[in-house]
Ligand binder design. Sequence first.
Ligand SMILES: [Mg+2]
Length: 280
Amino acid sequence: MGSEPGSDWALAGGFTRGPLGMFAVVISKAVILDLDDTLIVEEEVAHSSLRRAAELVTGRDPGQVVEVVLTTARRIWRAGPDYALCHQLGIASWEGLWATFEASPSILDEVREWAPVYRQEAWRAALQELGIDDPALAATLSDSYVESQRAPHPLIDGAAELVHFLEGRCQLGLLTNGPADIQHHKLAGTGLADCFGAVVISGEVGLGKPDPDVFALTLSRLDAKAASAVMVGDSWARDIIGALDAGLSAVWISAGRPQPEKRPNVTVVNAVGELVGRNF
Ligand SMILES: [Mg+2]
């Protein structure tokens, strides 16, 4: 797994001959970071928030309740208005359980109007699935989930150090899929929002990774070129393939997962903290 750091980093930034005739890697002009599960813990937090809500259902195994909620929410989310659009923008069913879709473009108007109904239906149907017909309890669980999710999401080890290391050394962008309101909320919770020259959110611009156009949009906001830019993210399909298709290099955060396929211009690291102090 992984590739040799030297060659791939060089592809991101290019080599130059230093004063002593030695080759050194030049930092890329632009580095674009993903947010969820790259800089902050996301899926695990969502799972813990669901679990906290599930523990309010007396006499049931919280693990089972979580599974039923996830399955039921997914089914209802997929049957909702503009599911194809939400999928394209990378907005997941568990995000719909706490997003308001404020600051979203008009293409998400129907989803914004439906969101409160979806939340109510998802929790109520999940409880019914468990043989519990209790709308008041469903509302309590929904409120519990929203409250837990609105607490700051923890930064992944080394993420803040990486952002501060890159800030000032290159054009630094953030490109994330998700509803505008919750992505902004999570980013604000990190205290790092001001470090980025551009913050692009799929649910705000109406384009999501892996669409090459959203990478092009981010690059244009950074005044950078694809050939001298690198995308760092944990999603192979959305961050890495999207970046490559848009002409960027990429760094995949594997978190121990096997690399799906060998591709040029991709560096693999196990965790974001490994990137601190390294040349891009
Ligand atoms: Mg991610």
